[in-house]
Design a protein around this ligand. Structure first.
Ligand code: ARG
Length: 591
């Protein structure tokens, strides 16, 4: 069912159309009011429209109110009142609010799109580090929300499993005849460093690695075998991190760069044939074997320029014939639209790749490979250490993801133990329960701390802050959830879909907030502002606490009120659980 905001919007548009006699350029401009004293929603449509029509905004607003009330066959509105310079304050009828709460938190059934979400995408043969954390966490939340909203999601892990570094690794391993031994990932990383160092001082080894790259491309058996082993071992390690993080991404979603290798020559050739030098708005120029794509805007000016103001090309083939990161991305995009039949492509990487995405998106558009599909590059900032610089270990190395998650859980474990050793707070958890809570809280805290930020900002990583029991944190929300469950347990049998009575202001406020879950998700999706969902949940936990302090639940004055309040508890718990799960955070029933 449509959200309250959605229904108000539709009603406003119909009323506006009736007044203006035309639907062109009309917008309803519905938003929740800041202060509930003024109503539930505010409509700002009359202000701009009055200017356009040269009319008095308050008068137009009054006319709009009349038209809305007259057109409101479904009984949505209780009042529509003109306020201030000419906006409208709207109050929703109790029955409409109650109806909006039916099935709250259920997945939305709609004819959705088929969406490819490219996220996590670490590089093989290297440990995943904190830089991959944000892509994994943000991308996973995006997938879950899309699925909740009725879209079909195809997760794609575009791992870096191809390129010259594999020449180095294969050459090193094959030189030593270790093709039969199991490669350990810890070793593999050190090994890569060693191979790099060797390549720097040993010309013959450099040559052998170059030959291995060629051999790998040509499908040479021993080289392929070694490469496969490197990739396999690396993916195993990555899979363990995914599992600990509780990602919905699995190894089956891996479609690495190597997959597109057979398509790259064709991509470059097609571009060269269809867009020869001199074509506009895209031309493909070959210079000593290197192939460059130049893009122009409507005025024929270069679309992309470098720091010196010169036209900046997208390089799709190097002079030695090697293909590059953009070539693979062009092939992958075409594959996703054409073969996976996706009509929405989402890529999650840090913002430093913004130019790469703009350029290959534009190239694909000009080539006609995008069609009607939506392309979205979802970027994010850097995770910083306490010194405000990108997070590193004390010795200056990248922080390893597995270690970071381990520490979060360890710290959460200490919190649980502290509580348990305090007689006033002791809950008597078993060892298993304690471990489970610590795992959920530790991992949840890391994820929530990331998702509750404005995505584009850098943020300072702080265990203390993310594990705090107060404030906008995962432990606070998880605790709020567990607390509601404990109230329900004390209540014994729960009422089945009782009639809601929303007489107290705290009850109505909580109910209105609950009803806004789906419209919050609509806002989240436009621009992928995941922090809005966090704010919504934080607001919900706060409103619930206020409600609980002011409206006795188990000791409610009448059985009807008790049943109604218990139902509000159930709905609040459900929305907290669903909301946190959409963010990829697992709740626990007791905490
Ligand atoms: N492997 C790349 C990196 O670590 C990220 C790939 C993102 N996806 C893509 N289709 N380019 O930087």
């Amino acid at each position: 069912m449509a959200t309250l905001a959605g229904r108000l919007e539709a009603l406003t548009l119909r009323a506006l159309e009736q007044i203006v006699g035309d639907s062109e350029g009309l917008s309803a401009q519905i938003a929740p009011t800041r202060d509930e004293k003024h109503g539930d929603y505010q409509c700002n449509a009359a202000l701009g429209l009055a200017r356009r029509l040269g009319r008095n905004p308050r008068e137009l607003s009054g006319e709009l109110a009349q038209a809305m009330l007259a057109l409101d066959e479904t009984g949505l509105l209780r009042t529509a009142e003109v306020a201030g310079p000419g906006f409208l304050n709207l109050r929703v009828r109790e029955e409409a609010l109650k109806a909006a709460l039916k099935g709250i938190g259920d997945p939305v059934r709609s004819a959705g799109r088929r969406v490819v979400v490219d996220y996590s995408s670490p590089n093989i043969a290297k440990q995943m580090h904190v830089g991959h954390l944000r892509s994994s966490i943000i991308g996973d939340a995006i997938c879950r929300i899309l699925e909740h909203l009725g879209h079909e999601v195809k997760r794609q892990n575009h791992v870096g499993d191809w390129g010259t570094q594999f020449g180095l690794l294969c050459a090193w391993l094959l030189d030593r005849g270790v093709e039969d031994s199991r490669v350990d990932l810890g070793d593999l990383e050190a090994l890569y460093r060693e191979a790099q160092a060797l390549a720097e001082r040993d010309e013959a080894f450099r040559e052998r690695s170059r030959e291995r790259v060629v051999a790998l491309h040509q499908g040479d058996q021993p080289t392929r075998e070694t490469w496969r082993r490197i990739v396999g071992t690396s993916l195993e390690h990555i899979g363990e991190v995914y599992e600990r993080l509780g990602l919905s991404l699995t190894l089956a979603d891996t479609r690495g760069e190597s997959f597109y290798n057979p398509m790259l020559a064709g991509v470059v050739e097609e571009l060269q044939v269809r867009f020869p030098a001199g074509s506009r708005p895209m031309e493909v120029v070959e210079d000593q074997g290197a192939v460059c794509v130049f893009l122009y805007d409507e005025e024929g000016q270069p679309r992309f320029k470098n720091a010196q103001g010169e036209p900046q090309p997208l390089l799709v083939r190097k002079s030695d014939g090697a293909f590059l990161y953009p070539t693979t991305d062009l092939a992958a995009l075409r594959y996703r639209v054409r073969d996976l039949e996706a009509d929405w492509l989402i890529y999650v990487t840090d913002s430093r790749q913004a130019l790469h995405f703009q350029m290959f998106f534009q190239t694909a558009r000009e080539a006609g490979w995008v069609g009607e599909s939506l392309l979205e590059h979802v970027t994010f900032g850097t995770v910083l250490g306490p010194d405000g610089k990108p997070l590193k270990t004390r010795s200056g190395e990248n922080v390893k993801l597995a270690e970071l998650l381990g520490e979060a859980v360890e710290r959460a474990d200490r919190l649980v133990e502290d509580n348990e050793s305090d007689p006033a707070r002791k809950r008597g958890f078993s060892a298993d329960e304690k471990r489970d809570i610590a795992e959920a809280v530790g991992i949840g805290a890391v994820k929530y701390a990331d998702l509750s930020q404005n995505r584009s900002s850098d943020y300072v990583f702080s265990f203390d802050r993310m594990l705090a029991m107060e404030g906008n944190t995962a432990p606070y929300l998880m605790y709020a959830y567990a607390r509601i469950r404990s109230i329900q347990r004390r209540a014994g049998e729960l009422p089945h879909e009782p009639a809601l009575t929303l007489e107290e202001a705290h009850e109505r406020r909580l109910a209105m907030h609950l009803a806004r879950l789906d419209e919050t998700l609509d806002q989240v999706v436009s621009g992928w502002r995941l922090n809005l969902l966090c704010e919504y949940l934080y607001g919900l936990a706060g409103l619930f606490m206020k409600f609980y302090e002011n409206c006795p639940v188990l000791g409610a004055p009448t059985p009807e009120q008790r049943a109604s309040r218990l139902d509000l508890c159930e709905k609040a718990a459900r929305v907290l659980k669903v909301g946190l799960e959409l963010l990829g955070i697992r709740v626990v029933e007791r905490m």
